[in-house]
Design a binder for this molecule. Sequence first.
Ligand code: DER
Length: 230
Amino acid sequence: ESNKELKRLVGVAAAGLVRDGMVCGIGTGSTVVFFIEELGRRVKEDKLRLTGVPTSFQSKLLCRKYNIPTLEIQDCAELDLAVDGADEVDPDLNAIKGGGAAHTREKVVAAMAREFVLIIDQSKRVERLGTAFPVPVEVIPSALQFVTARLRALGGEPELRMGVRKDGPVITDNGGMVLDVRFDPRTDLRRIDQELHVLPGVVETGLFYDLAKRALVGRADGMTVETLEK
Ligand code: DER
């Protein structure tokens, strides 16, 4: 329950970063829900004018629910700001994302933004990426067996992400499938990220290196928001 309160805390704090007239990338996940709700409150009560660029059906439907005007990602080339959650964040603000299988569009939106801000509760902070969370890798379905074999050759242990209330594998908004890959904790994931980006059939990894400049961290001690900057 406190985790939910921490997510609400950072979601509300991040909504305070959005200034009138901004075009703002909107991520995906349970922390971002609080961000969108607060944006909706500000649109309604403070008459905030902003355009949201959602990264999934989840965030698009929430923008509709809260009357936040939106643009499609394909209509944009750069954004004033982008706000998103993460599954793990290291001391350099590098992150593992993709818990919600939306990381391909999230990474495009993060890269478009003049400033990309992560909103997390303190449980997401790690010393080293990949300690608790596997690396999500989106692949085109045709390349599933090929990339699975190559990931094993790289020392990874890939597992196809299966739907929970849908039989069969998760299918992303791009028609891809997701492999969750565990690596030995000593693995240089920056090198792995580079090797994966030249592997035919790989769409995108959930490794977000050198993208976030700021992270808002909800801390249970005192229910405060700590800002980390790079
Ligand atoms: O899928 C994603 O990258 C999300 O941002 C996710 O990983 C964070 O989700 P949460 O805010 O529900 O923990």
